[in-house]
Design a binder for this molecule. Sequence first.
Ligand code: CTP
Length: 415
Amino acid sequence: MTARPLAPRPPWAGRRVVLGVTAGIAAYKAVQLARDLARLGARVDTVLSSSARRFVGPLSFAGVTGGSVHTRILATEGAALHIRLGTEADLIIVAPATADFIAKAAQGRADGLLTAILLSTRAPVILAPAMNDRMYSHPQTQRNLEHCRDVLGYRLAGPGSGALAVGEGEGPGRMLEPADLADHAGRALGEAEPFLGRTVLVTAGPTREPMDPVRYLGNRSSGRMGFAIAREAWLRGADVTLVTGPSSLPDPVGVRTVRVETASDMLSEVKKSITKADIVVYAAAVADFRPAERRDRKIKKSSGDGRTIELTENPDIALESWAGRRNGVVRVGFALETEELLEGARKKLEEKGFDLVLANDPGEPGAGFDVPTNRVTLLDREGRVEELPLLAKEELAVVVMDRVADRLRSVARGA
Ligand code: CTP
C-alpha cells in the first residue's frame, strides 16, 4: 500500500464500478474501499448480499459513494436490475468475496443479485477473497479460485497474510487493504497499450554504506519518487520490479519489490532484471562513495580510529547496467544539481545514455529529498525542455509515464 492523494483521476474518474460485498467480517473495510473509489472519481453502485447486511448497512455505502445500493434481485421498475448493473459496469469488484460466494461464482449460479450480475457482465471482474486460512487452503476453495481465474478470466486480488479475525490463524485469508484493492481496480480499468505486457525496472531510495556493524553513510532519500513511478507503471498494466534501498514505505501492490542496502547489492539486482526490461527508471539516490573498509567490530571512540574515514567510489548503476540493456529500451534518469541545473542534466543524459532526464535542485522549496512534492525540468534526447510546476510525487509519476508512453509509441512507429 502506498500513500497517495485521493482526487478524481484516470483511470477511475467517470468509470462505473459495481462493488459487491458478501458476508465476511472484512465487510467493514469495504466501506473504506467504496469511499476511496468514489474519491478517485468512480461512480460506485454497491450490491450487498443479504447476509452482508448483517455486517454492514446500506446507508454507509450510500453515504460515502452517493451511488445506489441494492440487495435484492427483483426491481420494481425498468430493465431487470442485474442486467442493467452488469451491462453498464466498467468493472465489478467483489470485496470481501467469501468461500461460499467464490463457490457460487465458479458454478455460474444466479441465485442472488451479485451472482446474476457476474453472468450478465462482460466487464473485468476482481474477486478479493477473505476467509479463515483453513477454509482458504481447502482444496475445494483452491479449485474454485483456479476455475474463476483460469476459465472465467476473473482477477484475484489477494488474499494477504496476517492476523485474521479473533481466534483464527495467520495464514493467507485476510482481505487486502482498501487502498490496495482500489489500485487493483485502477489496473483493471486502466491497463492499456503501450504498457500492457511491458517490463519495467525501477531503482529507488537511498543506499546505505556500512562502516562498522552499527554505522553507515547514507542520504535523506525516502524512496517516494521511485515507489510512485513503480506503482504508476503497474497501474498501466506493466510487469514491474522495484529495487530499493532502505525505505520505510510499504511494497507497492502488485510490484515485485526487492530490498537492498548497498550500491553494490543494488547493482547486482539491477543486472539480474535489466535484460528483460523495456523501461528502466533510475530514481535511486545512490551513495557515490562508501567507506573503503567495513569493520567487523564497532569502532570505539577511545581507539581514535573513527575520525578519518577513507572512502572509495561506488559503482554507477546507470552506467554499469548499460551493457545488459535490451534493444529499444527507454531509460529515464534523474539529475540532482545544486548549480547549473540544465547543463548538469544534459551532461548526465549524454553520459549515462538516458532518453529522458528529470532535473531538480533539492535546494528549491518543495523539491528534492524527503518531501512529498517535487519541481523538475524534463529534458529529452531530442533537446526538448519542459519545466513542470510543483507537483506531488504521485502526480509527477503520471507525467513521467505519459512521456515514456509517447516514446514507446514513437519507437513502435519506427520514428
Ligand atoms: N546513479 C546511479 N548510480 C550511481 C549514481 C547515480 O545509477 N552510483 C543514477 C541516479 O539514480 C540518477 C542519475 O544516475 O538517475 C544521476 O544521479 P545524480 O546523483 O544526480 O548524479 P551522479 O551521477 O551521482 O553525479 P554527481 O554526484 O557528480 O552530480
